[in-house]
Design a protein around this ligand. Structure first.
Ligand code: ATP
Length: 355
């Protein structure tokens, strides 16, 4: 992010009655940045988006866009484009009518509107559908029109509230790429609300993870996935296998798991012998082959899920359950359930979380 934030959210909180749904959130978004708000249902992400749009007023704190305090401005005074999960197109207007609507309301002349609508139809790659009505479009097409409608008046910020959630899986993935490409082409500062971690990781410059009204972590997809700062982020983003462990020697990054011992891990700063820990491992960090520097755990195979290119092997280490992803090798059959094997991993890939 650049030094001067384009959107600056400072210490905002929001309560509905006695329920505090957003707690003291600070968020800075750079000009042209794509930031996702990610979290489970009810964590407060939509409420923050609605406060940026002006549909809700913060109980405390402030919001500024490009240096202008917008905290108490009406939505229409903020120059924001918004896209909703439900498309919310005007059913009685054609595609062209929908896209041109904001410009018409703003008093643009016919020629200006026509030229902008043509430009927007090309941007969303639907030039042939100008005269259709919303009910004559697929869900994916309706959402692209909703995006064009939001972008037509040249907003300074684009807000997307779960825009892909109502679509089926294939369209969702292709529209993801399309939205990101359009966002980059226009360089528009964008906030995208989702509870789908894959969407957030694949589309964003940075991801803000929220839980119960609080920001847990803000970082690049790489940081969030590989260096989660809280147990919630570690568990919510990606798949993780977890093992209970006890610190043996903090200076050597050593902890015991049942009768086995693992060393060379990054333990929490203040860890001391006897402390209990949660060790978390991503399926792709675990291997069946040994490499230099690896640590090893003995495990029993419980199940083998053949997923095609990837084989997910489920194992037991003592009481704990682990998953390992290996690539399918057509020249070698996968191991089978019931076998006992050695599981290898680089100790630096273990996330050691205080338990
Ligand atoms: P979802 O993905 O389900 O929309 P979310 O993370 O976006 O979840 P919010 O919509 O921000 O969550 O809602 C946060 C909490 O605030 C929820 O418990 C919700 O019920 C509550 N809430 C939201 N709007 C209002 C309102 N206008 N009045 C009362 N409570 C509200």
């Amino acid at each position: 992010m650049t030094d001067t934030p384009y959107i600056a959210i400072d210490g905002i909180s929001k309560s509905f009655g006695s329920m505090r749904v957003v707690r003291d959130a600070d968020i800075k978004v750079g000009r042209g940045e794509f930031v996702s708000f990610l979290g489970p249902s009810g964590c407060g992400k939509t409420t923050i988006l609605r406060m940026i749009a002006g549909f809700e007023t913060p109980s405390s704190g402030s919001i500024s866009i490009d240096g202008r305090d917008v905290t108490y401005l009406k939505p229409s005074q903020r120059n924001i484009g918004m896209v909703f999960q439900s498309y919310a197109l005007f059913p009685n207007l054609t595609v062209a009518g929908n896209i041109g609507f904001g410009l018409k309301v703003a008093g643009a002349n016919r020629a200006e509107i026509d030229s902008r609508v043509t430009e927007m139809l090309a941007l969303i790659k639907l030039p042939q559908l100008a005269e259709r009505f919303p009910w004559q479009l697929s869900g994916g097409q309706q959402q692209r029109v909703a995006l064009a409608r939001a972008l037509a008046p040249r907003p300074s910020v684009l807000l997307l509230d779960e825009p892909l959630s109502a679509l089926d899986a294939k369209i969702r993935v292709s529209l993801r790429e399309e939205i990101r490409a359009i966002q980059q082409e226009l360089g528009i500062t964008t906030i995208f609300v989702t509870h789908d971690q894959e969407e957030a990781l694949s589309m964003s410059d940075r991801v803000m993870v929220m839980y119960e009204g609080r920001i847990e972590q803000i970082g690049t997809p790489y940081e969030i996935y590989n260096h989660p700062r809280t147990a919630f982020v570690a568990g919510f983003v990606g798949t993780l296998s977890q093992l209970d462990a006890t610190v043996v020697d903090a200076s050597r990054g050593e902890a015991s798991v049942g009768s086995a011992s693992i060393s060379g891990m990054s333990l929490p700063e203040n860890a001391k012998p006897g402390d209990t820990l949660r060790l978390a491992l991503r399926p792709e960090s675990l291997r069946l082959e040994h490499r230099d520097g690896d640590q090893t755990l003995r495990a029993r195979i419980v199940a083998v899920d053949f997923l095609g290119a990837v084989i997910r092997i489920k194992l037991e280490v003592g009481e704990a359950r682990l998953s390992v992803d290996t690539f399918n090798d057509p020249t070698r059959p996968p191991p089978s359930a019931g076998q006992t094997i050695d599981l290898h991993f680089a100790p630096q890939t273990v996330l050691a979380l205080a338990s």
